[in-house]
Design a protein around this ligand. Structure first.
Ligand code: FES
Length: 124
């Protein structure tokens, strides 16, 4: 099978879908080649990610990657979220096909963009 059970599960039942009205950090990234867009909202209290939501207009792997990424950073310190790599996301999904690895890169970039936004609002 092309996709792991975990990919299918997170694609069919994505966790943390939506938006956060009063988000402390928002990151939006896109991939110019496939045209997919991912947006991540962070609610942060004392540098801990209290809540995270995402909206992804993209392929199934992008949806599964963003769902998994939100699960991996929820409840974690912001500094830890910055360490999240696309490789870790893909591994947590039990792998992605080679031509779909860029979908997990989008998740890493969206998290980083949201954290950057948080830092620029609070330390700037
Ligand atoms: Fe581009 Fe999945 S095909 S994010």
């Amino acid at each position: 099978m092309l996709y792991s059970e975990k990919v299918m599960d997170h694609f069919e039942h994505p966790r943390n879908v939506g938006m956060i009205e009063d988000a402390d950090g928002i990151g939006e990234v896109g991939n110019a080649t496939c045209g997919d867009i991912m947006k991540i909202y962070l609610k942060i209290d004392h540098d801990i990610i209290e809540d995270v939501k995402f909206k992804t207009f993209g392929c199934g792997s992008a949806i599964a990657s963003s769902s998994m990424a939100t699960e991996m950073i929820k409840g974690k310190p912001v500094s830890e979220a910055l360490q999240l790599s696309n490789k870790a996301v893909a591994e947590a999904l039990d792998g992605l096909p080679a031509h779909k690895l860029h979908c997990s890169v989008l998740a890493e970039e969206a998290v980083k963009a949201a954290v950057d936004d948080y830092y620029s609002r609070h330390n700037g």
